[in-house]
Design a protein around this ligand. Structure first.
Ligand code: GAR
Length: 209
């Protein structure tokens, strides 16, 4: 069984999608052992409690620097024997050392079709605001491995979602979550735990049968 930690900062609907998939037996060979929040009032912690998963709070401002925060986070994950780190709406940037230590073991869900609307400053609702400002007719979500480049790691899976006339950022965000993020993320978590993902030297992900 692969030990999974889910890192969150907010509402936690992606965490919920993973927990629901786990309850349905759809996360093959993996188990969520810990939920770590960068914010003590995140509703995601309530979701963890309801599912009987231990929740922890680790805030960057309690540490002298970003590097100390990342080092403490890495130590904690090693103590818990975590093998897969899932960023599910985790809004704190992880440094290069952390990304290297958990290379190809950190996955993130991003609410656009990377390489559109990604990188520094593109998170949460801002992503959908930018998509609507540009007038794209199709957007979606991406699940990718995390490296030191924001939203720049190897792409694992993507799903397209239609933009409809009259969409607001909030309406579009809900559709992207329901149709893409909540479907893709638990699926990719399971693929990882089943040992079906491999990454080539040039950063291309292959999914084996
Ligand atoms: C999700 O839309 C996720 O893709 C996004 O934040 C939201 C968190 O929602 N993440 C990013 O923008 C990361 N760059 P949730 O807390 O309900 O899962």
């Amino acid at each position: 069984m692969v030990n999974i930690a889910v890192l969150v900062s907010g509402g936690g609907t992606n965490l919920q999608a993973i927990l629901d998939a786990q309850a349905r037996g759809e996360i093959k060979n993996g188990r969520v052992r810990a939920v770590i929040s960068s914010n003590e009032s995140a509703y995601a912690l309530e979701r963890a409690r309801n599912a009987g998963v231990p929740g922890y709070v680790m805030k960057k401002r309690d540490y002298a620097s970003g590097a100390e925060y990342c080092a403490a986070l890495a130590r904690f994950l090693h103590e818990k024997d975590v093998e897969l780190v899932v960023l599910a709406g985790f809004m704190t940037v992880l440094d290069e050392g952390f990304c290297r230590e958990f290379e190809n073991r950190i996955i993130n869900v991003h609410p656009s079709l990377i390489p559109s609307f990604c990188g520094d400053g593109y998170y949460g609702l801002h992503v959908h605001e930018a998509a609507l400002r540009k007038g794209v007719k199709v957007t979606g979500a991406t699940v990718h491995f995390v490296n030191a480049i924001t939203d720049g790691g190897p792409i694992i899976a993507q799903k397209a979602v239609e933009v409809l006339p009259g969409d607001t950022p909030e309406v579009l965000q809900k559709r992207v979550m329901a149709q893409a993020e909540h479907v893709l993320l638990p699926h990719v978590v399971s693929l990882f735990c089943e040992g079906r993902l491999s990454v080539s030297d040039d950063g291309i992900v292959t999914i084996s049968e």
